[in-house]
Design a protein. Structure first.
Length: 225
């Protein structure tokens, strides 16, 4: 799961240092250094988003999620609470992390390898688009909660604000490419653009995609339209 702490993200520090070095050398900045914000690429492991009603069914009346670690996007966090997901033929995934704060719908996000292990056939969907998707049973310390639908593989996507969108010359709903370097370098097509004034520039890929390119903290990454 992609997490960060209160200290500046490594990509932010590198971005600022790169700008200072080029300015002191009197050299023109490469395009990546002229971007208004640094690009952060994070691997988002399997997790779930729950409504307050689901949290109470699983953890008890009046229970509220508590923060385990904050995420890169402001206001988002990995909760201390986890659940057990029960799939077809009683196959399970234990310690499925809940991401907070609570939402208005229940959704489980898995990688394809997770779904194969559970016996699911899950669709590739934009987060929140859960109509017609398979459901599952969740188990917590206080009881069970049945999801009629909401198990998906999330489309890989990039969060950005309007300043970032102007720099990359894209708008919400567009698609971009993510070029990942290193010894297992790949190019991911169909990177969905999500734009909101509250967003920091961040790409989310799942564990299958992260493992395929051996993504590391120092792996060079570039967004292109």
């Amino acid at each position: 799961m992609a997490v960060t702490n209160a200290s500046p993200h490594r990509a932010v520090i590198e971005h600022l240092v790169r700008q200072v070095v080029y300015e002191r050398l009197g050299r023109p900045l490469p395009r990546t250094a002229t971007a208004p914000n640094p690009l952060v690429v994070n691997v988002s492991a399997r997790h779930c988003h729950l409504t307050p009603e689901a949290v109470e069914a699983l953890f008890g009346q009046g229970h509220q999620l508590s923060v385990h670690k904050t995420l890169y996007q402001d206001g988002q966090f990995a909760a201390k609470e986890t659940v057990t997901l029960i799939g077809p033929r009683s196959r399970v995934i234990s310690n499925l992390r809940i991401l907070g704060p609570c939402r208005t719908l229940n959704q489980v996000e898995l990688a394809y390898t997770d779904s194969i292990a559970l016996g699911f056939e899950i669709p590739l969907r934009l987060s929140g688009n859960i109509e017609g998707t398979p459901g599952c049973m969740l188990m917590g310390p206080a009881g069970f909660f049945e999801m009629k639908q909401g198990v998906i593989r999330a489309l890989r996507h990039v969060h950005m604000n309007s300043q970032d969108a102007a720099f990359y010359q894209v708008k919400g709903g567009d698609q971009m490419r993510l070029k990942i370097g290193g010894s297992c370098g790949v190019i991911f097509d169909q990177m969905l653009v999500r734009v909101d004034k509250s967003f920091k520039l961040e790409v989310h890929i799942d564990t299958d995609e992260g493992n395929a390119c051996n993504l590391q903290p120092d792996t060079p990454c570039e967004l292109t339209s």
